[in-house]
Ligand binder design. Structure first.
Ligand code: FES
Length: 291
């Protein structure tokens, strides 16, 4: 009996040491953001973890479906709102397709949080310019809500967000809230509108150029598809932003999430281990070739 208990305890200790063993989480709610993007709300099955789990805006997690695989996703909810956690899932492969087939109550694996985070200490007291495209709003909204929940620590805030079409705009409920907030300068654009669209048309980089936020005492945070990031950096430079005033997050080809597999290297950096949050100064040398 005692030997069995010891063996069981050894197994538990081995499990605790194995960084690949996930915690189990339960899906609470699903929001279909666009035809290919859904947000999953979840909580931990272990009540203690629900109390203890913390993360910082910008960090990511590995979500797994047994028998299918695992993939990395940024945590898209704010650390300031800890009653549940959220990830935005863009359906692009086997794991994400399986995550899109889940219903409320489903049980999935969770590893994390991993990676570094947005530098809120550097952003304090500054004017903030958030520039997002498509599903890139997922990590950005974690940061935006974190900032808005501590609004008095920051000066002017501009949010410039776009997608290919009105149907591709994610987190519309957040966009509505931010547009209604008179303390924010929120600009929404789509590459091409439809018959119902009354808003702005054009690329995010063009909306940024037209808004022309001052670079003085400012930090810009840019998240979006590579093509948007590549077109946005030059506009920020024209507006006077220095490379260390521009922050971005890269989610490139990550697999293990913990610096073991080598899949996510960009230049001399590992996105999972050294990022995913980088300043433009850190990645400027190889952004056009590798991302
Ligand atoms: S994801 Fe494996 S090394 Fe970065």
């Amino acid at each position: 009996m005692i030997i069995t208990q010891i063996k069981q305890r050894r197994k538990e200790l081995d499990r605790d040491k194995n960084v690949y063993v996930p915690h189990m989480v339960l899906v609470d709610k699903i929001i279909e953001e666009t035809p290919t993007v859904r947000t999953i709300h979840f909580h931990f099955k272990d009540p203690e973890l629900n109390k203890e789990f913390t993360f910082e805006a910008g960090q990511f997690a590995e979500l797994s479906i047994f028998g299918v695989g695992e993939a990395t996703f940024c945590i898209s909810s704010s650390p300031t709102r800890n009653d549940h956690w959220e990830c935005g899932i863009n359906r692009v492969g086997l794991v994400t397709a399986a995550l899109h087939r889940l219903g409320v109550g489903a049980e999935i694996g969770f590893r994390g949080p991993y990676g570094n985070h947005f530098p809120l200490d550097i952003m304090a007291g500054k004017n903030l310019v958030f520039v997002g495209g498509g599903i890139g709003l997922a990590p950005l909204r974690s940061l935006i809500w974190n900032v808005l929940d501590n609004r008095d620590k920051y000066d002017k805030i501009a949010i410039i967000y776009g997608a290919r079409s009105p149907g591709d705009l994610c987190f519309k409920y957040d966009l509505d809230t931010w547009e209604a907030d008179q303390s924010l300068n929120t600009i929404i654009t789509v590459d091409k509108g439809d018959a119902m669209w009354k808003g702005r048309e054009g690329f995010v980089s063009e909306a940024l150029r037209d808004a022309a936020p001052s670079s003085r005492n400012a930090v810009a945070v840019v998240c979006g598809p590579p093509v948007m990031i590549r077109s946005t950096f030059p506009v920020l430079e024209q507006l006077g932003f220095m490379p260390d005033q521009v922050i971005t997050t890269l989610e490139k080809r990550m697999k293990c999430g913990i610096g073991k597999c080598g899949r996510c290297n960009i230049g001399n950096l590992y996105v999972c281990r050294d990022g995913p949050v980088f300043s433009y100064a850190q990645i400027k040398g190889f952004i056009s070739d590798e991302y």
